[in-house]
Design a protein around this ligand. Sequence first.
Ligand SMILES: CC(C)=CCC/C(C)=C/CC/C(C)=C/CC/C(C)=C/COC[C@H](O)COP(=O)(O)O
Ligand SMILES: CC(C)=CCC/C(C)=C/CC/C(C)=C/CC/C(C)=C/COP(=O)(O)OP(=O)(O)O
Ligand SMILES: [Mg+2]
Length: 279
Amino acid sequence: MSASAFVRITRPHNAVVAGLTALVGYLIATGTLTPPSLLLAVVVALITAGGNVINDVYDVEIDRINRPKRPIPAGEISPAGAKAYTAALFAGGLLVATLTTPLCLAFALANSVVLIAYAVRLKRTPLLGNMAVAYLTASVFLFGGAFAGIEGLVQNLSLAAITFLATIAREILKDAEDVDGDAAGGARTLPMIIGIRRTGMLAFACACAAVLVSILPFGDWWGLFYLAAIAVVDIVILVGASRGLRCTTSDCVRESGATSILRIGMFAALAVFAVAAVI
Ligand SMILES: CC(C)=CCC/C(C)=C/CC/C(C)=C/CC/C(C)=C/COC[C@H](O)COP(=O)(O)O
Ligand SMILES: CC(C)=CCC/C(C)=C/CC/C(C)=C/CC/C(C)=C/COP(=O)(O)OP(=O)(O)O
Ligand SMILES: [Mg+2]
């Protein structure tokens, strides 16, 4: 057991970016950041970290094949130790959430339940698992907006819709990469049912839908900077998703770099939203 394994298993980059995304959500909804709003980042980072750890607990057989260097399959952390760690991270996140608002606390509770359900069952259910991760990712914008009340949540609905669609595209391509390990671990995912070629086509369609919705904030609240910057990001997203179109095997999807390009595009979109909110 090493301290570094306990950090790695939380996927700290994802947890930190998720926390910062909640602040971007609040910033977009209100135009400002207040000291209490910083609590949002702590809640989201802790709950995302808890979700990442419990995911690895239940995916141990799958990760022995797909991701053998992760701390549990590598023997650096025991499943029981990781379960206790999950409980501590969720409890910490929910405790801090009690200092926010009832609406944010409700999101934190509901999302903790969805994260546990995803790890235990939904991941193994075609499309429903992908939709759960897409909802969770999109909900960070709603959670940030919700700290300013229902109006803040409603304000961020279009950003949540863009994120939901782009995340579905990436998640089903990740499933296309992971078919062998997922099948060995007993998971039934979308590409196992409709095939990798149709999964690539569906991912591309979702990416196109995300790109269309990404134009909505232009004019309503954001101007030419947003339009120019999001156009570049949209091209990255479309290039990434189009890489999966020609594939009929998992190796091809992995080698295409589609999911990595989509991740770059999604993080870049986040940066564009953050800058557009402050200029
Ligand atoms: C068409 C267009 C402009 C799409 C952009 C969609 C968008 C704004 C996505 C933002 C999603 C994002 C970066 C959220 C950050 C917070 C978060 C929940 C991070 C969690 O991890 C996301 C990452 O994709 C997971 O990576 P991996 O571990 O490799 O699966
Ligand atoms: C708004 C609040 C309170 C919380 C948000 C919680 C968040 C940000 C969730 C984001 C999505 C996320 C990181 C989910 C965690 C579950 C997870 C690790 C999904 C991916 O797992 P697999 O499908 O097993 O893929 P891997 O192969 O990468 O493990
Ligand atoms: Mg996993």
